[in-house]
Design a protein around this ligand. Structure first.
Ligand code: SIN
Ligand code: FE2
Length: 224
């Protein structure tokens, strides 16, 4: 299904650029909002650079002792971390001992608007995990389930190089849909889909005009 988001709204001018944002339904309560973040790309990248200057990207270690291939940081009241002790959310960056940088207003606004378009009207994100993928980096199938409030959705924004998102079912062995996520695409999943397994295939070689040989993804949740 492919619905024009702004169907029915009058064009600003007769020669207005065709609106590229569209909604693709990928599950009962899951959508891809194509190009939804594109208009804000420069502000988003500036904000990510500022966050990373205070809370640097780092490759964390899983409880099983594996170093993750994606590098991570966070903004917001709570940040997701992993180490030999386990997966959890915490208010302090283990690297600096300081609180995570605040969630920029444009981040929060984007997340709330995207959630609302997907049918989740009262999204109150307090955590934003930012993943940086170099070529070859990936994320294995997993569920996002460390958050306290699973009635609230996950909103995921992709920038930079394209990657294949795996969107599976509620059981690890369920078949996954393969969805190519490009710069500016936003995915929202919640409700009956909130605990669906998902992951990212290894990033293929390439280069993005704004972010170079990188993909940045940031996900909003209500964690506390
Ligand atoms: C995640 O599941 O935290 C990241 C998903 C993505 O990089 O698109
Ligand atoms: Fe995830």
């Amino acid at each position: 299904m492919n619905l024009d988001l702004f169907e029915g709204l009058p064009d600003e001018t007769e020669n207005a650029e065709p609106e590229k944002t569209s909604i693709e339904k990928i599950g009962e309560q899951s959508v891809v909002l194509r190009q939804f973040a594109s208009a804000m790309q420069h502000d988003l990248i500036t904000a990510i650079d500022q966050i990373a200057a205070r809370a640097p990207f780092r490759q964390m270690v899983t409880p099983g002792g594996y170093r993750m291939s994606a590098a991570m940081t966070n903004c917001g009241t709570l940040g997701w971390v992993t180490d030999r002790q386990g997966y959890r959310y915490q208010a302090f960056d283990p690297l600096t001992g300081k609180p995570w940088p605040a969630m920029p207003v444009i981040f929060k606004t984007l997340a709330i608007q995207a959630a609302s378009l997907a049918g989740f009207n009262d999204f109150q994100p307090d955590a934003c995990l930012i993943n940086e993928y170099a070529i070859g980096a990936k994320m294995s199938l997993h569920q996002d389930k460390n958050e306290k409030d699973l009635s609230q959705p996950v909103v995921s924004v992709s920038l930079g190089m394209a990657a294949t998102f795996l969107f599976g079912g509620l059981q690890r062995q369920d078949k996954s849909q393969k969805i190519l996520l490009q710069h500016g695409d936003v995915v929202v999943w919640g409700g009956v889909d909130r605990l669906r397994y998902h992951g990212i295939l290894a990033l293929k070689a390439g280069c993005h005009p704004l972010l170079g040989e990188r993909r940045i993804n940031f996900t909003f949740r209500c964690a506390g």
